[in-house]
Design a protein around this ligand. Structure first.
Ligand code: SF4
Ligand code: SF4
Length: 390
């Protein structure tokens, strides 16, 4: 007789693979407006979308998340602090006991706002910085962005905010600065978080030049093994094929434990796949977010066992699972093939063999545009004009 299979007897990873009643890592982008124009922005942010959720609709989402017992939400953008109702929404989430971790470029985080944030519960702040020195950071995030981020960190430390996060997208140009990032975090009593550079949004155009080389990936893997206290959001599990698995679930959580609500209420399988192909529904439709999460055909299909495809014969498949769906999709590789950064070089071979038109075109983009309507592809200098409208 086979033993009874109860939820508790199913291994954790298997349960996550089948999907949960509510996401454990929900990202909510509040606005596409941004005063920067980072070259790797996953949501191609810049201009506010006129259809963005109203304050009342945003509060309704918080109500839904509270009813679904979502413990916390990652808030981002765009630059979320540009939303006029930002603090009201934070307060509302806290009141409903939905914890918030929000990411900011720091340009609007004044000393007064840092004190206001420090006085709130259930709140975490993540300052984005992509270089341990100004030249490396500002090449990606725009002139003045490094100074603004450091100033925001100073304000949080002065306000005794506690252990905020310093968030870094690992690139070819900053991988040599990992120790410096770690020292920066120690200096502020903060925690370092490293994220993988995915070829999403504007990152699709810059990934080729900026993603870490094969040698750098190995360096990063070894560094992460030596620094288990550094947060990664499980984003480097493709590196687990190099040996001992990195800490984390080591699986693609898209539509299973992860998803994204964008500023107009569209729900995507993960923050890095903002494309119609991975659009599951919209919170404005009947049933709201819960119906999308529980019933959408896309999410149901992502919760089915996935084919290992060309990775089936790889001895490291258990650790790497074929890597990141978003990285494959936006580089034009088959979703059941190797990750473009496969540590055994199979991704590079697949990239060289892909048809010229394999990469998807843009379906969603809010980049700033110049007078002729052409998207601005280079970072713009930061201007410290707190009252400026974006
Ligand atoms: S697609 Fe990539 S970024 Fe998104 S959940 Fe899967 S592994 Fe993570
Ligand atoms: S062949 Fe596939 S499973 Fe193996 S390491 Fe490369 S991407 Fe991962």
């Amino acid at each position: 007789m086979s033993p009874e299979v109860t939820p508790a007897s199913v291994p954790l990873r298997q349960r996550f693979t089948r999907g949960l009643d509510a996401p454990i890592c929900l990202t909510w982008e509040l606005t596409y407006a941004c005063n920067l124009a980072c070259v790797h922005c996953l949501s191609s942010s810049g201009r506010r979308d006129p259809m963005e959720l109203t304050p009342a609709e945003a509060r309704q989402i918080v109500d839904e998340l509270a009813a679904m017992k979502v413990f916390y939400v990652n808030i981002g953008g765009g630059e979320p602090m540009l939303r006029p109702d930002f603090f009201e929404l934070l307060g509302y989430a806290v009141e409903k006991r939905v914890g918030v971790k929000f990411s900011t470029n720091g340009t609007r985080l004044t000393a007064e706002k840092a004190r206001r944030l420090a006085a709130m519960d259930y709140l975490d702040v993540q300052i984005s910085i992509d270089g341990a020195v100004a030249s490396t950071n500002d090449a990606v995030r725009g002139e003045g962005a490094f100074g603004a981020a450091r100033q925001a960190m100073e304000h949080l430390a002065d306000a005794n905010f506690g252990q905020f996060k310093i968030s870094v997208v690992v690139t070819r140009d900053n991988v040599s600065q990992l120790d410096q990032f770690s020292e920066m975090a120690q200096h502020y009593g903060a925690q370092l978080r490293l994220t993988r550079f995915r070829p999403s949004g504007r990152g699709a155009e810059t990934w080729e030049a900026l993603h870490p080389t094969a040698g750098q990936q190995r360096t990063l893997y070894l560094w992460l093994r030596d620094h288990p206290d550094v947060l990664t959001g499980d984003s480097f599990f493709h590196l687990s094929a190099l040996g001992e698995p990195l800490d984390g679930l080591n699986l693609c959580g898209a539509g299973r434990v992860v998803c994204l609500i964008d500023p107009v209420g569209d729900v995507y399988a993960c923050p890095f796949v903002i494309d119609r192909e991975f659009l599951a529904g919209n919170v404005r439709r009947p049933g709201g977010f819960a119906a999308v999460w529980r019933e959408s055909e896309l999410f149901q299909s992502l919760r089915e066992p996935q084919s290992a495809g060309a990775c089936a014969s790889c001895g490291s498949y258990d650790a790497c699972q074929g890597g990141c769906m978003a990285a494959k999709f936006f580089t034009g590789l088959p979703l059941d093939g190797p990750d473009p950064e496969c540590v055994f070089g199979h991704g590079e071979t697949a990239l060289a063999a892909r048809p010229a038109d394999a990469r998807p075109g843009f379906t969603v983009g809010h980049s700033k545009i110049d007078a002729s309507g052409t998207p601005i592809a280079v970072p713009t200098p930061v201007r410290f004009r707190p009252s400026a409208r974006v």
